[in-house]
Design a protein around this ligand. Structure first.
Ligand SMILES: [Zn+2]
Length: 235
């Protein structure tokens, strides 16, 4: 019990320092730098250079509970320090990755990062997550769950935005991140894609309605709608 509650309050760096001491009790632990990176896979690695151990962990594991981070710390440091590691840690880590929800998000991120995105939400000028949250706050009471957001590989003129319901992802054309694109153009396109998330495709008999009446009506709430549409024509 004291161990569990101690785990809860540890930072990742503290977990790694503690695990280091468990594996190499007579050596004082070096400095640790733990980074979460946008890898396409849940791969992680630890490297020692100039008295500092840098650990890079997939951001897929950022929300993992402390015992999972502890298990991963044993696996990574065991490999780095060539120390045997109790099989229980490998098992704990594997069990976590095999959880249905985790496996699903690993698959999803692999597909999307591998295929459609060259980068995450951070563009050269705009950050899609920031833009999403501003629109979310302004038009959706901040209640919309954030999908995966990314810039397209190429600056497409024909598809400025796309919502992919099977991956729960919004992809925005890199064109809207260019120095010439006004912020309003990005805001409008992202807002429109958010409406697709809010108002799913309706099927009535053989007819599929993508831009439903509800969607069209909701779109009118956008401040600067006319101006934005004009901007897009000129882009
Ligand atoms: Zn649309």
């Amino acid at each position: 019990m004291p161990v569990e509650s101690a785990l809860f309050f540890e930072t990742p760096e503290e977990i790694y320092a503690r695990v280091f001491s468990a594996l190499k009790p007579r050596t004082s632990p070096p400095r640790f730098a733990v980074e979460f990176c946008r890898f396409a896979n849940p791969d992680s690695l630890a490297r020692l250079s100039e008295g500092c151990i840098t650990v890079r962990i997939s951001d897929l594991l950022e929300g993992a509970p402390s015992p999972v981070h502890e298990a991963l710390a044993y696996i990574l440091l065991g490999k780095l320090l060539r120390r045997p590691v109790a099989p229980a840690y490998a098992r704990r880590y594997r069990l976590y990755l095999n959880r249905r929800d985790i496996r699903r998000s690993v698959d999803l991120v692999r597909q999307i990062r591998g295929r459609k995105f060259i980068s995450g939400p951070q563009g050269t000028r705009f950050n899609l997550e920031t833009a999403f949250e501003e629109l979310n706050f302004q038009y959706f009471h901040g209640l919309m769950a954030r999908p995966l957001l990314g810039w397209s590989r190429r600056p497409s003129r024909t598809t400025l935005g796309h919502y992919d319901p099977s991956h729960n992802a919004i992809v925005i054309s890199k064109l809207l991140d260019s120095p010439l694109a006004p912020p309003l153009a990005l805001e409008y396109v992202l807002f429109h894609e958010m409406l697709h998330l809010r108002y799913p495709v309706q099927t009535r008999g053989a007819r599929r309605s993508i831009h439903t009446r509800e969607l069209r009506e909701a779109e009118r709430a956008f401040a600067g709608l006319k101006e934005a549409k004009e901007l897009l024509k000129r882009l």
